[in-house]
Design a protein around this ligand. Structure first.
Ligand SMILES: NC(=O)C1=CN([C@@H]2O[C@H](COP(=O)(O)OP(=O)(O)OC[C@H]3O[C@@H](n4cnc5c(N)ncnc54)[C@H](OP(=O)(O)O)[C@@H]3O)[C@@H](O)[C@H]2O)C=CC1
Ligand SMILES: O=C1CO[C@H](CO)[C@@H](O)[C@@H]1O
Length: 274
């Protein structure tokens, strides 16, 4: 069995999204960013998660265009930043992102945060990009159920993905259930809680059992919960390590022990107080 995880998840419109991707937030050194993304693609990653606010769409696009993998086998996500929300502004922001990336289309485009009074129109613009086949899937990020409800009554095409903070200390079960009931896939951001509890004893014990690192145990927990997961690393050994999660399966007991670590504790901002 190959060690590198390459499975995909079917989104509501039937397209396949790789369940493991590379997050590129805080990759600010252009050369390092290009190298990290190129290395990830060589390792077997097929999805990259960027955003206009990360200011690395150019390097992301370069790595994608220089990859030995055909563009259609890669899955590129970007996000419209808060100051560009609203219908027309979102369309313009998308054009800028696409130009920086040097690509003809994106696989997924998200509203980054639900800005009051603007996020529904922002999503309507994303829907238009989908109708025009400039993106292959629609989505949002940091949306609670009450935000999604406002979108769902106005949308012709429901969001296919909601990217939210999820990790063992913030399991988000009620929102995951809401999304699941509405056919919305979830991507976990800060899936490793930015490294905050990699020395957690329960995770270390489970890791010893499988001869895997804590990061690998956490990533496997996301995957077995049917979450899309986008760990970030610029470090080649860690990029590889985070992908080598296909050769073991956590038992339901392990999963329960990890679920029990939940403290409803965020590393980032609550969308209601952003
Ligand atoms: N939609 C949104 O609002 C948000 C989206 N995101 C997305 O989610 C992605 C991931 O989240 P992020 O906040 O970056 O945090 P992660 O939980 O992915 O943690 C990244 C940190 O963990 C370190 N790390 C990675 N792998 C390992 C490992 N195997 N062992 C030890 N340390 C490791 C990295 O270090 P190093 O790089 O030095 O190796 C980095 O410091 C982002 O890059 C972004 O794409 C993130 C936040 C908000
Ligand atoms: O994607 C992101 C990366 O992290 C930032 C700081 O927490 C967030 O604001 C942003 O949503």
């Amino acid at each position: 069995m190959t060690k590198v995880f390459t499975e995909t998840m079917e989104l509501a419109n039937g397209i396949a999204m790789p369940q493991l991707g590379l997050g590129v937030y805080k990759m600010t050194n252009p050369e390092q960013t290009f190298e990290a993304i190129s290395f990830a693609i060589e390792t077997g990653y097929r999805a990259i998660d960027t955003a206009a606010i990360y200011e690395n769409e150019r390097e992301t696009g370069e790595a994608v265009r220089h990859a030995r993998i055909p563009r259609e086998q890669l899955f590129i996500t970007s996000k419209v930043w808060n100051t560009d929300q609203g219908y027309d502004a979102t369309l313009r922001a998308f054009e800028t992102s696409l130009e920086k990336l040097g690509l003809d289309y994106l696989d997924l485009y998200l509203t980054h945060w639900p800005i009051t009074g603007k996020f529904v129109d922002t999503y309507k613009a994303i829907e238009r990009l989908y109708d025009e086949k400039l993106i292959r899937a629609t989505g949002v990020s940091n949306h609670h159920a009450h935000h999604l409800e406002k979108i769902l009554v106005k949308a012709n095409v429901a969001p296919m993905v909601n990217q939210i903070e999820v990790h063992p200390q913030l399991t988000q079960e009620p929102l995951r259930k809401f999304c699941n009931d509405n056919g919305i896939a979830i991507t976990s951001w800060s899936p490793l809680a930015r490294g905050k509890f990699l020395a957690e004893p329960t995770l270390l014990t489970i890791g010893e059992k499988y001869n895997k690192t804590t990061a690998q145990i956490i990533i496997r927990w996301h995957l077995q919960n049917n979450l899309i997961v986008i760990p970030k690393s610029v470090t080649p050994e860690r990029i590889r390590e985070n992908s080598e999660v296909a050769d073991f399966i956590l038992t339901s007991e392990d999963m329960e022990m990890i679920n029990a670590l939940n403290q409803d504790e965020r590393t980032g901002t609550d969308p209601d107080t952003f």
